[in-house]
Design a protein around this ligand. Structure first.
Ligand SMILES: [Zn+2]
Length: 446
């Protein structure tokens, strides 16, 4: 009892005295000196002891601090929402930022090491990333999102800026002798425009025409997957937890690609890394590859109304029965799969399979309007909503969502099923413009 009621410095004094007694073998002189020193430390410790260790038992204090059984996850500080129903799904363990700094460090480490590596390096600029490519009404997703419904979705841009180096459209490669497209030595998919003596003229992600020596021939394929956004200027939405849309779009697309490949379904991605790719190039690649479908993967912003289930939206091509059927199958499969996650979802009133029209008519979104390939643009959920962003950062989400998307694709290819989510009138909306060719920097191709 006495031991525990002494302040920590007082105990140091006792220890020092005992140490001097047992260690000193020289003589009484040093023993007296040791006693004096120990007494001095003990007195000083008595004076300050109670203020440095108010509980009187640091072992108990430490244990209760690390366990932190009733405090919420520290990364909730970044979330504007109060719901934490997603807790079991988020990978970061619940560790309090305790008063003892020794135990605040592990919570930091845990958060950073348990989320997907490509998406936790959030430090993209927080400057209106999504609004540069999206609706004028969008507030920056990294700040507190509005709790009331916004007029329309912010996804995705309608047009590329004018292309400065439009490739010749007269050099359609002969598929009998020339591949339709290449995966270059650096893994970038490019459409082949013309064979040359030294290799091929290809269309780059920024729609430049350059010559490459060769690569892995690709196409024709059944499916082209389009991970939305890419590169430093086109991040897409950013979640309150720092998850960046261009990253989760790519991560999920890669998972879908692997899932389809395992089913024997041929698939090519429009972008394979973090670099920009013009919408016109994405669409043209799918058309050139003779794809049966083009699927654009996105995660939405801003935040809409609370809802019991996911606010998945699928945009389809006006007047296209194949596109509508594809959209219905996506909606049905993805909503059923995500609904198992009991989190604070958000949605618009007209969520479902949608045509989105410009005020003057025509499909509003460039990724829907440009391809002749039957296309659907999938907004799986709202990255701007904290609980959804936390879910999207988990590997379980990527597994479940990629399976659902692949299921819908396989069902489209192998059945006449039409899915669900239809019935809403067309939405009228004018999206913002995507970063254009003038701000597009090609990745290294070789
Ligand atoms: Zn997007």
């Amino acid at each position: 009892m006495l031991w525990s009621t002494l302040g920590k410095p007082s105990r140091w004094g006792v220890v020092a005295w005992f140490h001097a007694l047992t260690k000193d073998r020289v003589g009484a002189k040093n023993l007296v000196w040791g006693l004096f020193l120990a007494a001095a430390i003990a007195v000083a410790g008595w004076a300050i002891g109670s203020s440095t260790d108010p509980t009187g038992d640091e072992l108990t204090t430490a244990a209760s601090t690390t366990d932190a059984p009733s405090t919420p996850s520290t990364d909730k500080a970044a979330s504007p929402t109060t719901s934490s129903k997603a807790e079991p799904l988020t990978a970061a363990p619940s560790v309090t930022a305790a008063s003892n700094p020794l135990f605040s460090i592990p919570s930091y480490i845990a958060v950073e090491t348990t989320e997907p590596s490509s998406s936790t390096t959030a430090p993209e600029p927080t400057t209106t990333v999504h609004s540069t490519t999206a609706a004028p009404t969008t507030s920056p997703p990294t700040t507190s999102p509005p709790t009331t419904a916004q007029p329309t979705t912010s996804e995705p841009p309608t047009t590329d800026a004018p292309v400065t180096s439009t490739p010749s459209s007269t050099v359609a490669p002969d598929s009998a002798t020339t591949p339709l497209a290449l995966l270059t030595a650096t893994g970038v998919p490019v459409a082949i425009l013309e064979a040359t003596n030294a290799g091929y003229l290809v269309r780059t992600p920024c729609s430049n025409t350059v010559e490459v020596r060769g690569g892995q021939a690709i196409g024709p394929v059944s499916v082209v997957l389009d991970p939305g956004h890419g590169g430093p200027r086109d991040t897409g939405a950013v979640g309150p937890n720092g998850l960046v849309e261009r990253d989760i779009n790519l991560q999920l697309s890669r998972a879908v690609e692997a899932n389809l490949a395992a089913r024997g379904i041929s698939v090519v991605m429009t972008r394979t890394g973090d670099y920009p790719t013009l919408l016109s190039v994405r669409a043209a690649l799918a058309d050139q590859l003779g794809a049966k479908i083009l699927v654009s993967i996105h995660h939405n912003a801003p935040v809409y109304n609370p809802c019991d289930g996911p606010g998945t939206e699928v945009f389809v091509q006006t007047g296209s029965a194949p596109s509508a059927r594809l959209g219905g199958l996506f909606y049905e499969s993805v909503v059923a799969a995500l609904d198992r996650f009991d989190i604070a979802w958000t949605r618009t009133a007209d969520a479902g399979v949608l045509e989105v029209h410009l005020p003057g008519g025509g499909d509003a979104y460039g990724m829907i309007r440009r391809p002749t390939t039957p296309t659907a643009l999938l907004e799986l959920g709202y990255l701007a909503n904290g609980p959804e962003a936390d879910l999207f950062a988990t590997s379980e989400y990527v597994t479940v969502a990629s399976q659902a998307v692949a299921d819908a694709i396989e069902r489209y290819l192998n059945s006449d099923a039409s899915g669900s989510g239809f019935g809403n009138p067309a939405r009228v909306f004018t999206p913002g413009s995507a970063p254009g060719a003038s701000k597009c920097t090609d990745p290294a191709l070789e």
